[in-house]
Design a binder for this molecule. Structure first.
Ligand code: BDR
Ligand code: CA
Length: 307
């Protein structure tokens, strides 16, 4: 059966691939895309989402969401995603075909007007948390929330925090303490799916419009990863959320207690994952513990081939 999906994202190179993967899969019914500030300002991430979806012929409502986090000051990530937020591929000018609703409203409408919607969030959790606060009825209506964010181990923005959670820890706190089933796909698994030259060459051979976008984006993404982290190639984080829906055996999950550090100290934004159940606290999240790397690239290849 097709899964109803409401995608919230901040494109972003890996978000662009998440859109690609969700747009044409027979198991996924993509109902709408809400955009949040994160990898770049909201004006840029919104434009990027519209460009990617239009280029790929994905015809769903795209709504501009929150410009700023709930409490902290805004953080962006130009070092990895560039000035545009999606450096590396030139899109035509697609005009202004945004759905005029606010991104938060789109999430609410999508969940309330459809059966069993899964919210997939690949950016900071501001829009999702605001939707929960604005219309708490969505909590009883929705299926689950799958996020790319956090980590069982080290962060990528501070020793403790992963970027998406770091951008809006208070929003993450709202989501993780909402009572809804949360699935957390964090750095401890996404760091295993590296877009090596071999992966880029493999996708280049597909030779269609989606592979052209993928390859050009990944070349710049990897170059920026090299400059920033000194690694040969970067992890393709965000599509792992969508891929986990496409193949339910892709990721190994462990249910546990996860608490977001909102203390504004050195671990601000950390996802404290109680892997060994020290606290005997309620298990509020399924945490991704492992991923089948070969399967992942097969899913990405199939996704690109479907265009
Ligand atoms: C996350 O941060 C962003 O830069 C990526 O798009 C991904 O969602 C990884 O920490
Ligand atoms: Ca993202």
């Amino acid at each position: 059966m097709k899964r109803n999906i409401s995608l919230d994202c901040d494109p972003g190179h890996d978000d662009a691939v998440a859109i690609l993967l969700a747009g044409k899969n027979p198991n996924i019914n993509l109902l709408g895309i809400s955009v949040v500030a994160g990898n770049q300002t909201i004006q840029k991430t919104a434009r990027n989402a519209l460009n990617v979806a239009t280029y790929l012929g994905i015809n769903v409502p795209i709504c501009i969401g929150c410009e700023f986090p709930m409490v902290r000051e805004r953080v962006i990530c130009a070092a990895i995603h560039g000035e545009s937020g999606l450096d590396g591929f030139d899109f035509p000018n697609y005009g202004d075909r945004f759905d005029k609703r606010h991104g938060v409203q789109l999430i609410i409408d999508t969940v309330m007007n459809n059966d069993k919607v899964t919210i997939v969030a690949t950016g900071p959790l501001t829009n999702v948390a605001m939707a929960i606060k604005m219309e708490p009825k969505i909590l009883d209506k929705l299926d689950e929330i799958i996020i790319m964010g956090g980590s069982v181990d080290n962060g990528n923005t501070s020793p403790a925090a992963e970027f998406n959670i770091m951008c809006d820890p208070e929003a993450a706190h709202v989501v993780f303490s909402s009572g809804v089933t949360v699935r957390m796909v964090g750095l401890n698994v996404t760091r295993k799916v590296i877009v090596t030259d071999e992966v880029v060459n493999r996708m280049e051979k597909i030779n269609n419009k989606a592979s052209d976008m993928f390859v050009k984006l990944m070349k710049v993404f990897n170059e920026n990863q090299r400059k920033t982290f000194g690694v040969a190639a970067g992890p393709l984080h965000d599509p792992a959320t969508i891929a986990s829906i496409i193949d339910s055996d892709l990721i190994k999950w462990q249910k546990m207690n996860v608490v977001i550090d909102i203390s504004h100290g050195p671990s601000y934004g950390r996802t404290n994952c109680d892997v060994f159940d020290y606290l005997r606290a309620p298990h509020n999240a399924y945490v991704a513990m492992d991923i089948d790397v070969n399967k992942y690239w097969d899913i990405i290849e199939q996704g690109i081939r479907s265009y």
